[in-house]
Write a protein that binds this ligand. Structure first.
Ligand SMILES: *[C@@H]1O[C@H](CO)[C@@H](O)[C@H](O)[C@H]1NC(C)=O
Ligand SMILES: *[C@@H]1O[C@H](CO)[C@@H](O)[C@H](O)[C@H]1NC(C)=O
Ligand SMILES: *[C@@H]1O[C@H](CO)[C@@H](O)[C@H](O)[C@H]1NC(C)=O
Ligand SMILES: *[C@@H]1O[C@H](CO)[C@@H](O)[C@H](O)[C@H]1NC(C)=O
Length: 467
């Protein structure tokens, strides 16, 4: 008898406790809602829009409609919760008789609170927190603005993907920008002026010589760029390229390049000896006597692997691959001599890297880091990367990139990380990045680059994935 009373009392006690906790949640949520209320959110649609357009801090590119939709969504959630609670209370009032001798158990209380109150409140709370308000003065100390379409997307992964990724410790990356803009094509709205300049041409006539404007748009996230209906310009005296038995290791004819948007006007000027060459990465890349030694000559660094040693791990199996880096195609040239076809990614960062690769008789792929690679799943025998990603790169960005590489590598395909460098203290983080896929480790070497920087080279093999 006493025991049953005890458990009944305890049940009731728990019930009250839960109601109080539930009340607390409601109060907290309402107080965060109140901020929006005081900001004038709980008004009609048009009022919301007018309200926003009037606020000085909002810039015009921001997607007001998406923002309104998100606020609406929260309001609906709160509204249906309120209706639900009110109708429950009415039910209870109708049945006061039953209420006094009610036998609602603690468990039922708990279920009701969890499913009917706390969960919808939690959803509304998350939805509220996801809403981002535009800031005109920019994020932190920069002029970049909040991603204008941010509130269009509710799925956190999309939001993460398109949020610009700051370089670490305030460094400038290889593109000369402070961040990388992962893109699904939406960032063009932020670059309205430049995009309009780019698309301002006479249909069917000659385009302006403005590839550098196009590249600037791409690097800053307006990528892929729209196509244009104008004729691209070529150099005045395009000479036929050298035959393939000569072109691989010969500096091309400078007349085959349009130089107007570079500091240099010929290939000789791009030599590393010239301090005014206009580019900084891959400095010796336009000197064949230097390029000729790469990946075939022993060096003192354990992180320098030779092509023949790498191919020996998979004799005859490596036929096609991707070289993700910055350079003039020397890796692809060497691999071609081994009958392996390599596509080399290249941007014209201060020098005609794409033209140089193509004139050597190799395939340049003009892509930025912003995009998913244009290859299908499980297709590549090899991915080689050097000189491009290093200690500046945001870890989450790198994660997206490595998963993409994993996607296109075939089972048994090789990932050759060639002289990746970072500061010593970051090494553990990056090592984790490379090792997380549990690839087979054929080679792994670390050597010092400078006092606080290290090189990491690795040859990893993607395992079979028969699911
Ligand atoms: C912040 O902005 C000020 C003034 O524009 C500038 O002098 C300073 O270097 C900036 N700081 C950083 C960390 O970018
Ligand atoms: C390249 O091949 C052509 C014919 O295929 C030949 O005439 C020429 O001498 C070769 N050049 C070199 C440098 O071997
Ligand atoms: C490079 O070193 C390896 C062993 O250390 C040796 O077998 C090979 O002959 C060397 N190759 C060259 C080109 O010096
Ligand atoms: C590449 O292919 C050619 C023609 O099939 C052959 O003669 C040559 O020996 C091959 N080279 C290598 C390194 O396998």
């Amino acid at each position: 008898m006493g025991r049953s009373c005890f458990s009944k009392c305890r049940g009731r006690l728990m019930g009250w406790l839960q109601i109080m906790l539930g009340g607390l949640v409601i109060i907290v949520s309402l107080s965060s809602l109140f901020r929006f209320y005081s900001a004038g959110f709980f008004v009609h649609n048009e009022d919301i829009c007018r309200h926003f357009y009037n606020v000085k801090e909002v810039y015009e590119g921001f997607d007001i409609r998406a923002l309104t939709a998100r606020v609406e969504e929260v309001l609906c959630k709160m509204d249906s919760l309120q209706t639900k609670l009110e109708s429950t209370v009415q039910e209870m009032e109708k049945d006061t008789e039953g209420l006094t001798k009610t036998k609602i158990s603690g468990l039922e209380h708990k279920r009701f609170l969890e499913e009917e109150v706390i969960r919808p409140l939690f959803d509304a709370h998350i939805a509220l927190r996801q809403i981002r308000l535009p800031k005109i003065e920019g994020v932190r100390n920069t002029t970049i603005k909040e991603e204008p379409l941010m509130n269009t997307f509710v799925i956190e992964e999309i939001r993460k993907y398109i949020t610009p990724k700051e370089n670490r410790v305030g460094k400038v990356n290889i593109y000369g920008t402070g961040r990388i803009y992962n893109t699904i094509g939406h960032a063009c709205v932020l670059l309205k002026k430049e995009l309009e300049e780019y698309m301002d041409y006479d249909i069917g006539s000659y385009c302006k010589d403005d590839w550098n404007l196009a590249q600037k748009l791409m690097i800053n996230g307006c990528d892929p760029l729209p196509r244009r209906r104008c004729l691209t310009r070529a150099s005045k005296l395009y000479q036929k390229p050298y035959p393939i038995n000569e072109s691989l290791w010969r500096i091309p004819d400078g007349r085959n390049v349009r130089w107007s948007n570079y500091q240099c006007r010929n290939f000789e000027c791009l030599s590393s000896k010239n301090p005014k060459r206009g580019y900084s990465k891959c400095t010796g890349c336009f000197e064949m006597e230097k390029e000729n030694l790469k990946w075939i000559t022993n060096t003192s660094l354990p992180t320098d692997f030779l092509i023949k040693d790498i191919l020996a791990f998979k004799p005859g199996e490596v036929r096609i691959g991707l070289d993700f880096g910055v350079g003039t195609g020397t890796f692809a040239a060497r691999m071609r001599e081994q009958n392996v076809t390599i596509i080399s990614t290249a941007l014209n960062l201060g020098a005609p890297f794409n033209e140089m690769i193509a004139l050597r008789g190799l395939i340049p792929l003009y892509v930025t880091l912003n995009q998913r690679l244009p290859f299908f799943d499980n297709t590549m025998d090899l991915i080689h990367t050097t000189g491009f990603m290093d200690g500046w790169i945001d870890l989450q960005l790198m994660d997206f990139i490595l998963f993409d590489w994993d996607r296109i590598l075939r089972p048994g395909g090789l990932l050759w990380v060639d002289r990746f460098f970072c500061s010593r203290k970051d090494l553990d983080d990056y090592m984790y990045m490379f090792l997380q896929f549990r690839y087979k480790k054929h080679k792994w070497a670390i050597s010092p680059k400078s006092k606080d920087e290290v090189f990491l080279s690795a040859l990893l093999e993607k395992p079979p994935r028969s699911l």
